[in-house]
Design a protein around this ligand. Structure first.
Ligand code: TA6
Length: 279
């Protein structure tokens, strides 16, 4: 079953309930903000004080950072403008009782052209089954090439940040956004302070181990992965985030970031895909 729901403030989202999962996707930002495989807790974390409005990104879920990640394009807002843009719902297909697929689309408009002078089509296909798959396709409709950095900025629900470890990044080079230094990872990752790192040359699956569950993240069209937790001080300064919220989530962001930027020629496309599986 799929329903289009609307809050009193006009915020619209699609609610999907099939034999595999329940999910919610906002039209603003094509923002997946709930994915619950049946009999499991939510894969995604959402702040208890997040906004749900058509002019701000939800704090949590999977914000789409596009057409720039971070402040890599200083002419654009932090993480670009897609996450605060209204997407069109092109189709919802119930492939079978266990699988639903949606296509949400953003095309250049007067507002985007003022921010970023490129004609484009941005499609997000969300496939909802016992796995969650996001397929983000950028098509350059302009006459000039474009430079793209992007990320699916996924906030994963965790039992407690101190229970979490991340595997699959051993020996990967990384840029540490806190120290501005480039290093090589040694072994798995655990958390006891602010962590904000862009890993490069990431080709294989990443494993997020939590106290009671394990999540596998597989990416294609991406060789960079951002790992972030604000810890205590930064958390207290973040918008729409309770002071203790840092304990409840970790961000693993399937990206084209730092050296993994993409140059897309006119009439060509680039697709970033992320697959999340509870194992
Ligand atoms: O992906 C990590 C990061 O760039 C952090 O540095 C922090 O800024 C986070 O994203 C959240 O950014 P936002 O713009 O959503 O507040």
């Amino acid at each position: 079953m799929t329903e289009l729901k609307k809050l009193p403030n006009g915020f619209e989202y699609i609610e999907v309930n099939n034999d595999s999962c329940v999910a919610k996707i906002a039209l603003n930002g094509a923002h997946v903000f709930e994915y619950k495989k049946k009999l499991f807790q939510d894969l995604l974390w959402v702040s208890e004080i997040s906004d749900f409005s058509n002019d701000k990104a939800i704090r949590g879920g999977i914000p789409i950072c596009w057409p720039s990640f971070g402040s890599s394009n200083p002419a654009l807002p932090q993480h670009g403008f897609a996450r605060t843009s209204m997407f069109e719902l092109v189709f919802v297909t119930e492939i079978d009782a266990k699988t639903t697929q949606l296509l949400l689309r953003l095309v250049h408009n007067e507002k985007s052209l003022k921010l970023w002078n490129y004609k484009f089509e941005l499609d997000l296909i969300v496939t909802l089954s016992d796995r969650l798959v996001l397929t983000l396709k950028t098509t350059n409709l302009d006459t000039k090439e474009l430079k793209l950095t992007q990320a699916l900025h996924t906030y994963f629900n965790v039992s407690h940040i101190s229970d979490v470890s991340i595997e699959g990044l051993d020996k990967k080079p990384y840029f540490d956004a806190i120290t501005n230094k480039t290093r090589e990872q040694s072994g798995s990752i655990s958390f006891n302070q602010e962590f904000d790192v862009i890993f490069q040359n990431v080709e294989d699956a990443i494993i997020l181990k939590d106290k009671n569950r394990t999540i596998k993240i597989e990416n294609s069209g991406s060789s960079s992965l951002v790992v972030w937790n604000p810890w205590i001080d930064k958390c207290s300064k973040m918008s729409a985030m309770e002071p203790e919220a840092y304990k409840e989530f970790v961000c693993l962001e399937s990206a084209n970031a730092y050296d993994d930027f993409k140059i897309i020629q006119k009439n060509e496309s680039h697709t970033l895909q992320a697959t999340f599986t509870l194992i």
